[in-house]
Design a protein around this ligand. Structure first.
Ligand code: MG
Length: 385
């Protein structure tokens, strides 16, 4: 029986992972979340993990009292999440934490020899060199859960599809809720409008990132890192139906694609069953019916965070960490009503242009740049107010 440690268990990917685990009869050895203890309590009672970590200290203390009748040990704080990642007795750690908070738990899990199923994209963007260096050193598996990267991984998962034959990667984008809108039309977008995604059901941060195309920018960086590909060999195409999850073009002009209904449970299950496959609850495509797949170039003049991400990974070093930190902060401020939708584009671009790039030699350097990026956004917003 597969044993899984699940970080970020109360979010969208987390709860879908538990659906897969319930269906497959997998053992959950650890859970972790920031503070949603009502849901955590229910998850503990159903899955009986050895450990459960809660980032918020007060919420952890409350949960400890509530589940005192179970054998689950409660840990607290960011340190508690890192410790849980290291000590839980799991074969694989599925990380669906939010933002850069996932960096250290991921490293701790790799250090302890666990395979990683990665749904948390910011750590790879900010500190990909360090994380993937550690994966190599420890010889663990690193499986992408993001649908685009899972698709590319599946297209390349053959001993004959060697990376030397790849000519380009093509990442598909749904285009988000504001596809074909002009900059002028984006001016008054509210948080509620920005988080209503047309094809994927996701958390607030990634939904806003999808609406700005920042998500596609982060995914471009993830793809460059995971598949060791320069940014000029990664295309982005807007594919409104979200059926083709990404493609690989080979040197002879042949293109492989991975298709399926947009359902993250497919990507989660693939990462957990890999290298095998098994029946799933996901709806299958019906190719006997007529349907249309469309592809169009993204509007990079309006959605400037996509070319900015391409520039950041081309600059390399700490530039992607600055892009990420600035992006996380700008979205927080947008969701709390402190800045407008267009300010996300302008403030993040300013941060990437203003903060000098250094080599990403250590986590400390990356964390310092992340801090400077967030501070830069706050200073811009403060100066305007
Ligand atoms: Mg994705």
């Amino acid at each position: 029986m597969k044993k899984i440690a699940l970080l970020g268990s109360t979010g969208s990917i987390g709860t879908q992972t538990l659906e897969v685990a319930r269906e497959k009869g997998y053992k959950i050895t650890a859970l972790a979340a920031r503070r949603s203890i009502d849901l955590l309590e229910a998850q503990i009672r159903e899955f009986r993990p050895e450990y459960c970590a809660v980032a918020d200290e007060k919420a952890a203390a409350d949960l400890k009292i509530r589940v005192a009748d179970t054998d689950t040990k409660i840990l607290s704080g960011d340190e508690g999440i890192i410790e849980t990642a290291a000590i839980s007795n799991a074969d694989i750690l599925l990380n669906s934490l939010l933002g850069k908070s996932g960096i250290r738990p991921t490293l701790a899990a790799i250090e302890s020899g666990k395979d990683i199923a990665m749904a948390n994209k910011e750590p790879l963007v900010a500190s990909g060199e360090i994380i993937l260096g550690k994966v190599k050193e420890k010889g663990v598996r690193f499986l992408p859960v993001d649908s685009e990267h899972s698709a590319i991984f599946q297209c390349l998962d053959s001993e004959h599809n060697s990376s030397r034959f790849i000519s380009r990667l093509i990442i598909t984008a749904s285009g988000g809720p504001f596809f074909s809108k002009t900059r002028e039309e984006l001016k008054d977008i509210t948080p509620a409008e920005a988080i209503a995604h047309p094809t994927w059901s996701m958390g607030a941060k990634i939904s806003v990132d999808s609406a700005t195309l920042m998500n596609k920018g982060l995914e471009l960086i993830e793809a460059a890192r995971l598949f060791n590909m320069s940014a000029d060999r990664i295309d982005v195409t807007v594919h409104r139906q979200s059926i083709v999850h990404s493609m690989v073009e080979f040197c002879d002009g042949s293109t492989l694609a991975q298709l399926g209904h947009p359902d993250m449970k497919h990507c989660i299950q693939f990462a957990l069953t890999y290298p095998e496959r098994s029946e799933s609850l996901c709806k299958k495509m019906d190719y006997t019916q007529s349907f249309t797949l469309t592809f169009a170039p993204p509007d990079e003049k309006t959605f400037t965070l996509l070319p900015l991400a391409r520039r950041a990974i081309t600059l390399g070093g700490t530039a992607p960490a600055v892009l990420n930190g600035a992006g996380e902060r700008a979205v927080e401020l947008f969701l709390s009503g402190k800045i407008g939708f267009l300010d996300i584009f302008d403030t993040v671009e300013s941060a990437v242009n203003s903060i000098p790039v250094e080599k990403a030699l250590s986590l400390e350097i990356i964390e310092e740049k992340d801090r400077l990026a967030r501070e830069h956004i706050d200073t811009l917003v403060g100066a305007r107010a």
